[in-house]
Design a protein around this ligand. Structure first.
Ligand SMILES: C[S@@+](CC[C@H](N)C(=O)[O-])C[C@H]1O[C@@H](n2cnc3c(N)ncnc32)[C@H](O)[C@@H]1O
Length: 323
């Protein structure tokens, strides 16, 4: 059932790849960790439990409604948890504000939570008919309604292609333009279902509007740009010799950004003469060259985990810091 109100939400919440995240962060008993996507607090709880509540976690989330629930769910940990509403892309300001310097690790569990997907009135799901919203932070000015109803056709097709990798993006954008205004998730889902044809059987298993909804959600929340911005600043915020970065992505667009960032800034052998000449001090030590996937057991118990991919890196000191 998908009708969920904040007040009656009693989640039996299991964070994705929790054991692997704890191992990846190489948790130190009195360490300081940032959970940049605190959500309902699953990873924060796991970090605190792993250290018998001896470390401190700064938990950040864009969504004020989610944070209220996290606050209740994490109250038993007292001062070991600091919660902050904000965007992880503004990590530097948030750390400064809370005097949280040189943390030992950052975990990001990207995207939206099942709580947000299933909560009434958020407009993330095509399984319910409600206002097209999709904002993680409902005080942001641009919702899915504005993107769907105000974006020119070509730009809309680009969004659906770039963020949804939807091959029929042009057809969908054209249909949207011809049927505007579109106010609800139900109207959008029905329209997309009508206009697209799935030839590949693998794609027929998912709802025809899945990729379009993913694309619009990513655009509304500027998800990929926020991730790139964060990757560019996080190294100099972490503890320079051992700070760990652990990022869980749920689709290839996010995973590619993380993978390329770590690969391009890690201490690998140069692949050719040009790379050798261009080489600057590496930022990361790649902890696991292969992406880490959830176990078959976890996927069995929590099917949502099936597309999760974890990448891990350790901050290296930069040359000036060594000298
Ligand atoms: C997959 S959920 C995290 C679930 C969490 N790890 C747990 O165990 O409950 C992702 C969360 O990150 C938040 N989020 C997504 N992008 C964000 C951003 N740029 N800044 C801060 N929070 C963000 C979402 O609002 C959502 O609550």
């Amino acid at each position: 059932m998908l009708a969920t109100n904040q007040s009656d939400w009693q989640p039996n919440h299991v964070p994705v790849m929790s054991d692997q995240v704890i191992e990846a962060l190489h948790i130190k008993p009195r360490g300081n960790y940032i959970d940049g996507t605190v959500g309902l607090g699953g990873h924060t709880r796991a970090i605190l439990e792993a250290t018998d509540n001896k470390c401190t976690v700064l938990g950040i989330d864009k969504d004020p409604q989610v944070l209220k629930i996290a606050k209740k769910r994490l109250s038993q940990f007292g001062n070991s948890v600091i919660l902050a509403q904000g965007n992880y892309a503004n990590l530097e300001d948030i750390c400064n504000k809370h005097n949280f310097m040189q943390p030992d690790g950052l975990v990001l569990d990207l995207g939206i939570s099942s709580f947000q997907l299933e909560q009434n009135g958020r407009g993330f799901s095509f399984l319910r008919d409600e206002y097209l919203d999709m904002r993680m932070n409902q005080t942001d000015s641009i919702s899915a309604y504005e993107i769907i109803n105000q974006t020119p056709e070509k730009e809309l097709a680009n969004i659906i292609w770039k963020y949804g990798e939807e091959r029929q993006s042009r057809k969908i954008a054209k249909a949207i333009i011809n049927h505007r205004p579109i106010s609800t998730t139900g109207e959008l889902a029905t329209l997309v279902e009508k206009v697209i044809h799935r030839r590949r059987p693998s794609r027929q298993k998912i709802h025809p509007a899945t990729l379009t909804f993913q694309a619009i959600r990513i655009a509304v929340n500027d998800e990929l740009e926020q991730l790139k911005k964060t990757l560019n600043i996080v190294h100099h915020l972490l503890e320079p010799k051992s700070g760990r970065l652990a990022i869980i992505s749920f689709h290839s667009l996010e995973d590619r950004i993380v993978k390329n960032h770590i690969r391009d800034n890690s201490s690998q052998k140069p692949r050719n003469r040009w790379e050798l000449e261009e080489r600057t001090s590496p930022l990361w030590l790649q902890i696991s060259k292969k992406v880490i996937k959830p176990s078959a057991n976890e996927i069995h118990n929590n099917p949502r985990a099936r597309s999760a991919r974890l990448r891990v890196a350790e901050a290296l000191p930069i040359m000036e810091e060594i000298e």
